[in-house]
Write a protein that binds this ligand. Sequence first.
Ligand SMILES: NC(=O)C1=CN([C@@H]2O[C@H](COP(=O)(O)OP(=O)(O)OC[C@H]3O[C@@H](n4cnc5c(N)ncnc54)[C@H](O)[C@@H]3O)[C@@H](O)[C@H]2O)[C@@H](O)CC1
Ligand SMILES: Nc1ncnc2c1ncn2[C@@H]1O[C@H](COP(=O)(O)OP(=O)(O)O)[C@@H](O)[C@H]1O
Ligand SMILES: [K+]
Length: 485
Amino acid sequence: MDGAWSAAAVRRAEAQLMAQLPPGTLMQRAAAGLATECARILKRRNGGVYGTTVIVLAGPGDNGGDALFAAARLARRGVRVFAVPVMGERVHPVAAAALTRAGGRLVANPPRHCHLLLDGVLGIGGRPGLPGRAIDRLAAIDADTIVAVDVPSGVDVDTGAVPASAVTADVTVAFGSRKPCHVLGRAALLVGRLVLVDIGLGPHLDPHPAVRVAGDDDLAAWWHAPGPDDDKYTRGVVGVAAGSERYPGAAVLSTSGALAGPSGYVRYAGTAAEQVRRRHPEVVCTQEVKEAGRVQAWLAGPGFGTDEAALAELRHVLESPAPVVLDADALTLIGEYPSVLSQREAPVVLTPHDREYERLYGSPPAEDRGAAAAVLAKRLNCTVLLKGHHTVVASSDGEVWANPTGRPQLATAGSGDVLAGFMASLLASGMSGVRAAVAAAYLHGRAGGIAGAGHRTVTASDIAKALPQAVGQTLSAADTPGKRR
Ligand SMILES: NC(=O)C1=CN([C@@H]2O[C@H](COP(=O)(O)OP(=O)(O)OC[C@H]3O[C@@H](n4cnc5c(N)ncnc54)[C@H](O)[C@@H]3O)[C@@H](O)[C@H]2O)[C@@H](O)CC1
Ligand SMILES: Nc1ncnc2c1ncn2[C@@H]1O[C@H](COP(=O)(O)OP(=O)(O)O)[C@@H](O)[C@H]1O
Ligand SMILES: [K+]
């Protein structure tokens, strides 16, 4: 499991590491990694490093120091470097001297164009928002590539919120570890491509990051691959209560998602039985939840309606001792009748988008989306998967995960139905609520990538079709492909 660490946690780790090293070592490691990445970008875009132009926006702290030391390394390779102090004249004095010694210049008025702009305004010591001079400079300079040093300046490092102006980077070179702003909220959209530079912080970081980020190895360790003694029941039976006469498609799509998961049997209960059977002959269909028989997990809600009949079906699902995923109309019903959840003991995963979140919580999610998911999870004693460009999962005891695989093509009608069906299958196979939510978002995002490769348009059906390949790719990429049950 990877993760993102808060500014305070990074500082604690840095303090431990710095105590073992000669002064300035860490900053030199950071600057060396940053200069290497800048040189790579300049070579790729301009065929070489020599003779290119780099502008540094330099703040007063160590973030500016990193940028200036890196720029000094570039200046020694023949890059024309112009550094602009953006908070009065305050800049890291030792780094500024190193830059001038290497032939770079500190200027108030840089050229209008540069091949690469280094954003060294603010790092983990920054409060949200940019100083005025930095905003003016960013607007006036035409840069081929903007590289943010550690974080895009102006973002809220610990939450990913962007309450005021901030830099939009093409590449962010982060030191030691990810920070929450790299993976959460609007800030994550300003990061561009993230490059991590190892400065030796790893062993000193708290084992519990502020935000967890799953990878292929986690998915493989959690995945329940069938063993020789398994049958379709022992692999888990998933029940899908979705669709209505008006929205039969939601039933078809959520059963598509469920069929792509690891469980051995999919039951469908609802009025779209005919359409589901026609599209998926392997699904066993009934008209009502009560007739469906035993399952190891339920999904309820997509295209379900919010009338009396839907509420009654939701109650039947919640009476079952099996874990459930509640999506779409089921979330609206929970918002209206929160008491239907009160007797629940088995795990519940809620999968709201922002409008559904508002129905459940009473106000839209805060810009700190990790905290927003966590407060709702705590209040309702459920796992919450808060959808968005960077989907977040929170457990009721405050564990927060950010999904690293999403992409905008996933924003297509019915995509959430596929996600919810797939998640219910993971739950039925025996995964915990949090893992099922994290794993479903991860593989759904990856399936979107497979379906949308080469800029192809993507439909929800395409995502469902790509899910088995996403699973295959993920398990093959990991060291240990799937555990036996
Ligand atoms: N501590 C270390 O050993 C290392 C730190 N590194 C770098 O150091 C950075 C952190 O440096 P600092 O702690 O000096 O902090 P910053 O460089 O982030 O800047 C802090 C300064 O900016 C001012 N400031 C903060 N927010 C502002 C705002 N919105 N508007 C105007 N002024 C604002 C503060 O008052 C303070 O003077 C990291 O992000 C990283 O780039 C790296 O060199 C790796 C090693
Ligand atoms: N801009 C975006 N970038 C990446 N993923 C997105 C974006 N917008 C939405 N998504 C994802 O697309 C899916 C949409 O689900 P949902 O809103 O429930 O759609 P529907 O109700 O039509 O099925 C979610 O997985 C969500 O995280
Ligand atoms: K920065």
